[in-house]
Design a protein around this ligand. Structure first.
Ligand SMILES: CC(C)(COP(=O)(O)OP(=O)(O)OC[C@H]1O[C@@H](n2cnc3c(N)ncnc32)[C@H](O)[C@@H]1OP(=O)(O)O)[C@@H](O)C(=O)NCCC(=O)NCCS
Length: 155
């Protein structure tokens, strides 16, 4: 696993690069600049980027629900520039985001993954997530998702 990247909080001036990565990874389903800006406003410490040679190579967006109990963390989005995939960047960013959630006393973190997204499923499995639910039409018709969950061992 390469370690020639660093992980830091996303800044507003990273959002052009984040938008590019969204489009490269999700095409027509990419989140737009407005949604990404609002995610940054809402989740700042859980919105992280990986930087390689002064270029944003990937990002993760994590946040938490408001409900008192159980308070759930979510990894809402993780994406890596195609040219930088396969270097362990996504698991490293997710681990940092999970650390941030743990610091906020969140002990359960979820994410959704398309069943055919084997790379993402492997990434989450290696981080200790397991599938807890399969939901047809999660994001609308024919948008099935697997819900994956991780539980912290911290008290
Ligand atoms: C899923 C994703 C975030 C993983 O990021 P990453 O930094 O490449 O993660 P890893 O380095 O841990 O690689 C994950 C797996 O994909 C494989 N992989 C990565 N790039 C690859 C490539 N170009 N060709 C073949 N396999 C590749 C890795 O070998 C690894 O498989 P392994 O577990 O068998 O070793 C990244 O592929 C991505 O951005 N995909 C598009 C967006 C997306 O699907 N996000 C997740 C939504 S839930």
């Amino acid at each position: 696993m390469s370690t020639d990247f660093s992980i830091r909080a996303c800044r507003r001036d990273d959002l052009d690069a984040v938008c590019d990565i969204e489009k490269a990874c999700y095409g027509d389903d990419a989140l737009d600049r407005i949604a990404l800006t609002q995610y940054l406003d809402l989740f700042a410490p859980g919105f992280l980027v990986a930087e390689h040679a002064e270029e944003v190579a990937g990002f993760v967006i994590a946040g938490a629900t408001f409900a008192d109990a159980p308070r759930l963390g979510w990894i809402l989005d993780v994406a890596v520039r195609p040219s930088h995939q396969g270097r362990g960047i996504a698991p490293a960013m997710c681990r940092r985001a999970m650390d941030e959630l743990e610091r906020c006393e969140i002990r359960t973190v979820r994410a959704t993954v398309a069943p055919q997204n084997e790379r993402s499923l492997r990434t989450f499995a290696r981080l200790g997530f397991h599938v807890v639910e399969a939901v047809e039409d999660y994001f609308g018709p024919n948008e099935k998702r697997l819900v994956v969950e991780w539980t912290s061992v911290r008290e």
